[in-house]
Design a protein around this ligand. Structure first.
Ligand code: ACO
Length: 367
């Protein structure tokens, strides 16, 4: 059975930064309160022409560059997002087209902030089963579009960004060692975005009622998160035959510093072993774990051979954890330039759309 290695990683955040002081001009809050209760100081916010797919394309190309893998060699793309570009088509398909991953199957996975762990596990399972060799897993968000900027309970929390991993098959032991995924729909009401779906299709009334905004019972989510984070990490470690003593790094979902602190106490691990960057990005939902991972690598914290635990929670309710042996890129056999495929992909996409248009004219004539 092949092993599923994380061989590439990339992140991208939109340039504009919104500080706590900026938010204090919009709602009745202040920098001290936000920092004290959440650990967040600032977050990046999407510009008008930033979308989940455009952020994801930037992160994905970087991940492919690290892995030295051409987009055309991808078999599978899973995009986990809580703020999809549309209900359908899947954001993953838009990304697939824009990076030129011509032979990849692509779909979205919705498990809110746990989505990146769930998606990475699905890709790893597909690799380990032998059915595919190369996968791209993405977490991408522009949740700022779904936040009520008049609601101080939620608008302080979220930030926009994207992160991506390339996973590849190899006979060399390592990579994804274990994973656990959990859900409890009885807590579905704690964190919701109700409008625009089949139960509440968009109408003037849903708009008036603010159903297109994130609604959250913050205290309930906080209680749930502190209950499950540590336990999920232990469960995944046990499945891998390890204990916390074997672990060099914990990379948690970056929602709230106090939640991470509680998990550290539960695990009896020092905070120094946690990669934490919630201060600079806020909660980027599915993108938070890959963004923290990329920073961990760039700051030379994560090293080859390190055992790492990813752990997260989110709406659903969902939660999960994964143990990984960090291995880095596979040995290069040739040099590829994934960014060149992106340029060609735009041209190819235009040709395909034009051909489809012409085909449509002839088809109508035949009818
Ligand atoms: N600024 C100032 N005061 C505020 C603010 C604010 N931004 N927000 C709330 N308050 C007030 C409240 O009105 C309340 O006042 P009151 O006592 O007069 O009623 C007081 O501060 C305390 O409010 P709490 O809700 O008890 O504050 P708490 O310490 O619980 O912190 C928070 C709130 C930060 C939202 C916290 O509950 C939390 O982080 N919960 C988890 C949220 C989360 O992680 N969500 C994402 C999940 S992942 C996903 O799937 C997207």
């Amino acid at each position: 059975m092949p092993f599923a290695h994380i061989t590439g990683w990339g992140m991208y955040v939109p340039e504009p930064v919104l500080t706590n002081d900026d938010i204090a001009k919009l709602v009745d809050t202040n920098d001290a309160w936000i920092r004290d209760r959440t650990g967040i100081r600032e977050r990046h916010i999407a510009r008008e022409n930033d979308f989940p797919s455009t952020l994801a394309v930037e992160a994905s190309i970087k991940a492919l560059q690290v892995a030295n893998l051409a987009p055309t060699e991808l078999d599978l793309i899973i995009c986990s997002t809580s703020s999809p570009e549309y209900i359908f088509p899947a954001t993953a398909c838009i990304i697939q087209d824009q990076i030129g991953a011509t032979k990849a199957g692509a779909f979205d996975l919705l498990a809110a902030c746990s989505g990146f762990i769930f998606a990475t596990n699905m890709a790893a399972q597909a690799i380990r089963s032998g059915s595919i060799k190369n996968a791209l897993v993405i977490g991408t968000e522009t949740l700022s579009r779904f936040v009520d900027w008049k609601d101080r309970n939620t608008c302080i929390l979220f930030g926009d960004g994207a992160g991506a991993f390339v996973l590849q098959a190899s006979d060399k032991p390592g990579g994804v060692l274990s994973a656990v995924m959990h859900s409890d729909g009885s807590g579905a009401n704690s964190l919701t975005l109700l409008g625009g779906g089949a139960r509440h299709p968009a109408t003037e009334l849903t708009l008036h009622e603010g159903k297109h905004f994130v609604q959250m019972d913050g205290k309930e989510v906080f209680r749930f998160a502190t209950r499950v984070m540590g336990r999920a990490a232990i469960e995944a470690l046990e499945l891998a035959g390890m204990t916390t003593n074997d672990v060099q790094w914990i990379i948690p979902h970056q929602a709230n510093f106090r939640i991470i602190e509680t998990a550290a106490k539960y695990l009896k691990m020092p905070l120094e072993k946690f990669i934490i960057n919630v201060e600079n990005y806020g909660n980027t939902s599915t993108a938070s774990i890959p963004i923290a991972t990329v920073e961990g690598v760039e700051k030379e914290k994560l090293k080859v051979g390190d055992k790492v635990v990813f752990v997260g929670f989110g709406a659903g309710l969902t939660w999960g954890a994964m143990v990984v042996e960090w291995t880095g890129p596979l040995p290069a056999t040739k040099n590829v330039h994934p960014e060149q495929y992106r340029r060609f992909a735009r041209f190819r996409s235009w040709i395909r759309r034009t051909l489809r248009f012409i085909e449509g004219i002839f088809f109508r004539r035949e009818l």
